[in-house]
Design a protein around this ligand. Structure first.
Ligand SMILES: [Fe+2]
Length: 478
């Protein structure tokens, strides 16, 4: 393969190897961390939230993409009048079982990473400018020694910056042995994504990609035409996302509520002037119809309260954690916004444990637009500040990536202009409102979704599916 000239950021950042090697088919460091799931240490900590590391001293809470891409690329984006970028979550390759070898796990992650790298090489004027990772970079416990196999090697040919919010696996605690003392939460994530300056990663010194210089585990990325506010939803594998104390229920400060409100307030004038779209990204989904991941009601309430306080709601909300693709439309104050779950980045695509509501099901203020897609893949998002399109591309092994879903929002009017209005499966023979594709958010009592009738009256009540109720219950390794 000929050597090619790769990007260098304005602060000397490097992103891709000039001559990428072929994909790995074996781990450089054999992944044995699943053993910690049975350790006394993990069992004692699995239901506890972990501290939120404070942002790096003196670092502003928002990043400017212009500090990561060459000036001519930023100028080209501004001149084109729109920006395109990638997003997905749950990319690590670790799950080895009777059904899956290390080679298969690595190939699943590589299929997504390679498809995204190919987009960067071949997309011409719409070349994605960066990848915003939705968390769970490294399984199972975010260990430093697995960053090479699960992050740097798979993305060695991706010639763009990669920003990330941590997922629960990145922050889960572990010890040096199955009953050993704690390694502080997020240690490796902070070293690799929140470093003070760009440099080769201590975990992957043979790979060109520089460590990222985010201010902390919650931050905003300001790019031309879009801002992405990233939140850290802590480490619970079962129990949903937690960004605050929730009124004293959890022993963490409410710093992210203040941060989110302040960032929405800061960005509001530009949003109202039609200059940029506002996206919120958080690893655990506030809405999910996968019973194993559920929705996170407290998380949704926290985000909503900040939006109310700031008087600004997101144009799109992105999550991972559930290893599949789901798309809801949420309607607030008469405005529609997609809430997308895309935890399809390479780790164990998982079908919902029980049935899911049919596409078109409406519950409260949100509607499931399509049946969940249980395939590995990633999002390509394009916006000019006035419209926004998010497309899900599957990236199967040994086959070309293929777009399987797409939604477009008119940000000025707050309506979906494509990809919405899947027919509700309501029994009611309602007169079709209008031929126009305007999905009327009639909050009618939704056909009871998904959840099969609870079997035993004495059982703990099961979560009403996509409704944002209490934190979601699910299996491990999300
Ligand atoms: Fe997760």
């Amino acid at each position: 393969m000929p050597t090619k000239v790769n990007l260098a950021g304005p602060k000397g950042q490097l992103y891709a190897d000039p001559v990428p090697t072929t994909d790995e088919d074996a781990f450089q460091v054999n992944n044995t961390s699943a053993a910690y799931y049975k350790s006394p240490y993990y069992l004692a900590n699995m239901k506890l939230v972990q501290p939120i590391p404070p942002p790096r001293a003196g670092a502003p809470s928002h990043l400017d993409l212009a500090d990561y891409l060459p000036a001519d690329m930023i100028a080209a984006i501004n001149s084109a009048g729109s920006i395109t970028f990638h997003s997905t979550g749950d990319t690590g390759a670790a799950k080895v079982s009777a059904q899956q070898s290390a080679a298969t796990a690595l190939a699943d992650e590589a299929s997504v990473a390679d498809a995204m790298a190919a987009d960067v090489r071949t997309s011409g004027a719409n070349t994605p400018a960066f990848f915003f990772h939705l968390g769970d970079v490294v399984y199972n416990f975010g260990e430093a020694q697995y960053y090479y196999d699960q992050f740097y090697e798979p993305y060695r040919a991706y010639d763009r910056p990669i920003f990330a919010i941590p997922g629960n696996h990145d922050g889960m605690v572990f010890g040096a042995s199955s009953s050993a003392p704690q390694v502080p939460t997020l240690t490796a994530f902070l070293n690799n994504f929140c470093a003070a300056s760009p440099a080769p990663s201590p975990e992957a010194p043979t790979i060109a990609r520089s460590v990222m210089t985010q201010p902390g585990v919650y931050f905003t990325l300001d790019a031309p035409f879009v801002s992405i506010i990233g939140l850290y939803s802590n480490v619970l594998d079962t129990g949903g996302g937690i960004i605050s104390s929730q009124g004293g229920k959890y022993p963490i400060p409410d710093v992210q509520l203040a941060f989110l409100t302040a960032e929405l307030t800061r960005l509001k004038p530009q949003r109202q002037a039609g200059q940029r779209a506002i996206i919120i990204a958080v690893h655990h989904p506030p809405l999910s119809c996968d019973v194993k991941t559920g929705g996170s009601g407290g998380l949704m309430q926290d985000i909503d309260s900040c939006c109310k306080n700031a008087g600004l709601w997101p144009d799109l909300l992105l999550s991972g954690h559930a290893h599949l693709y789901q798309r809801f439309t949420r309607t607030v104050n008469g405005r529609q916004a997609p809430y997308i779950v895309c935890g399809s980045g390479g780790f164990a695509a998982t079908a919902p444990m029980t049935g899911t509501p049919p596409a078109g099901t409406v519950v409260g203020d949100h509607k499931l637009e399509i049946a969940p897609i249980i395939q590995f893949g990633y999002l390509t998002i394009t916006t000019n500040g006035k419209t926004l399109t998010a497309s899900f591309n599957s990236a199967p092994r040994n086959a070309p990536a293929k777009q399987l879903d797409s939604v477009t929002v008119n940000l000025v009017k707050g309506v979906l202009t494509a990809g919405g209005s899947a027919p509700a499966p309501a029994p009611a023979p309602k007169p079709a409102p209008k031929p126009a594709p305007k999905p009327k958010p009639t909050p009618k009592p939704a056909p009871k979704p998904v959840q099969k009738p609870v079997r035993k009256p004495a059982q703990k009540p099961k979560r009403p599916v996509p409704k944002p109720a209490k934190g979601g219950a699910k299996n491990k390794a999300r």
